[in-house]
Design a binder for this molecule. Structure first.
Ligand code: C5P
Length: 223
């Protein structure tokens, strides 16, 4: 039986932590669609491409040159851009903000959504992102919308950045969270939305194990 889990929500709501744990628990493939947009943005940055100043044809050619892939190592998923490991480079705060600008481009979205849909056709997946239930897999067996207050999300993001050696003041991280929320929720194409049938889980006052157990209950109900 093929099961497709759509895990949507804003940055810092715990999607990737939960996505990886669920995938491991049930033997499903984890697809971090945010990493695909982040790696695409890194390519733009490294090639001095400004997302606001390219047209659709140029953008389509750029997308032909970008290949993002994943591999597991030491219990974590590594992200590769055209064969080189960019796992750390895509998570800097500079690249996070650029990603929201690149993710607005319809040609970028079309190319990445097609790849994501192909992955979801082949196997059971846990796919995390912003538009998974609304656009990528509207007929997913389980649709979860993870939420958390901006303050809690900023705290989590700060700890994540610190663990990677980038330390930023809380206020700056919070401001970035607000800015990314604004861009992701108000863009013209595929904005972040909670679809009506999604189950909303507010993780603000839950620890990771509690969230995980809650999500496992929903998956178990499908099996
Ligand atoms: O999930 P993550 O924070 O890594 O996503 C980075 C950015 O990629 C988001 O802020 C959003 O702009 C974009 N994104 C998107 N659609 C997705 C996943 C991510 O637009 N499905």
């Amino acid at each position: 039986m093929k099961i497709r889990i759509a895990l949507d929500g804003p940055g810092g709501s715990g999607k990737s932590t939960m996505g990886k744990r669920l995938a491991k628990q049930y033997g499903f493939t984890y697809v971090d669609t945010g990493a695909m947009y982040r790696a695409t943005a890194l390519y733009f940055d490294r090639n001095d491409i400004v997302p606001e100043s390219i047209d659709d044809d140029q953008c389509a050619r750029v997308m032909d040159d970008i290949h993002v892939s994943f591999a597991w190592a030491d219990d974590d998923q590594r992200v590769f851009l055209n064969g080189s490991d960019v796992s750390a480079a895509i998570r800097t705060s500079r690249n996070s903000l650029l990603t929201s600008r690149v993710a607005k481009l319809p040609v970028v979205r079309r190319a990445l959504v097609a790849q994501q849909q192909a992955m979801a056709r082949q196997q059971s997946v846990v796919m995390d992102g912003r538009d998974i239930a609304s656009v990528v897999i509207p007929d997913a067996e389980l649709k979860i919308y993870l939420e958390a207050s901006p303050g809690v999300r900023a705290q989590r993001r700060m700890e994540e950045l610190e663990a990677k050696g980038e330390s930023l003041p809380f206020e700056k991280v919070l401001q970035e969270i607000h800015q990314r929320d604004h861009e992701d929720m108000n863009r013209e194409h595929s904005p972040l939305v909670k679809v009506a049938e999604a189950i909303e889980v507010d993780t603000s006052s839950m620890d990771a194990d509690m969230v995980f157990r809650t999500l496992c209950d929903y998956v178990d109900a499908l099996l």
